[in-house]
Unconditional design. Structure first.
Length: 247
């Protein structure tokens, strides 16, 4: 009973804290950056606040897991094991192919940023149009800290929005379809990124759905943690290179 209450409270937390307070916090941060662009500590403070906001619920999940019947393997802390029966072989293999293809795209992007001036100019133009461009690091200290932010997001968000959230949904609504689980988990993940605007919400919702499906197919969070980290970290690499070209 106590565990069920915790599940409900945690779900309410995910549906309110990040969508509301995360949005308000980012708007304040953006205003501060535009008002005082010479402030060299505001972005660093925001990075630290973001990491703290992710690690606290993650540590709560770990503590609850240690003192309850929940096992770490049920949260995705296990080696990958392919299961194509949930969504069918075609969908599973197509999704895995997209996963591998995107990994190659990340590697290509990183290499192209280091070797092609035309590609760097193209990325620079795209970054200037991003609705959350203010979030990207500029100073060397910010870029170093961004690596920790990327690692934090890769680890904690997979635990929260894939491993634990799906466990909560399956426990509270045990007879629902896996499709419903991944869609709800994707929407909740998208709501956590409302600060990115409507397009960001839609994009991260779709990513959340795909990641949730991959998690159920692979039965492990480890590949997704690495994948998530690389997606966030490559933004730092892109911004670092383009900033270097502006100097």
């Amino acid at each position: 009973m106590a565990l069920t209450i915790f599940y409900v409270l945690f779900l309410c937390f995910l549906l309110t804290y990040e969508p509301i307070w995360g949005y308000i916090s980012y708007q304040r941060f953006k205003q501060d950056i535009h008002k005082t662009p010479e402030n060299k500590t505001r972005r660093i403070a925001y990075y630290k606040e973001t990491m703290l906001a992710l690690w606290i619920p993650t540590l709560i999940i770990v503590i609850v897991t240690m003192v309850s019947p929940i096992t770490f393997s049920s949260l995705g802390f296990s080696w990958p094991s392919l299961n194509t029966s949930i969504f069918g072989k075609w969908i599973s293999y197509i999704l895995l192919a997209l996963f591998v293809g995107y990994l190659f795209a990340i590697v290509y992007h990183f290499v192209a940023m280091k070797t092609s001036q035309a590609f760097r100019d193209k990325v620079a133009n795209e970054l200037e149009k991003m609705p959350y461009q203010e979030l990207l690091p500029e100073s060397s200290q910010e870029k170093k800290l961004w690596g920790y932010v990327s690692l934090t997001a890769g680890v904690t968000e997979e635990i929260i929005y894939r491993g634990f959230l799906l466990l909560v949904l399956m426990t509270l609504v045990p007879d629902a379809s896996e499709w419903l689980y991944v869609v709800i988990a994707g929407i909740v993940f998208g709501l956590a990124h409302t600060y990115q605007g409507l397009s960001g919400f839609i994009r991260t919702t779709l990513i959340g759905i795909c990641f949730s499906m991959l998690y159920l197919i692979l039965g492990s969070l480890f590949p997704l943690m690495i994948f998530h980290f690389l997606i966030d970290f490559v933004a730092n690499a892109s911004n670092s290179t383009t900033e270097g070209n502006k100097m």
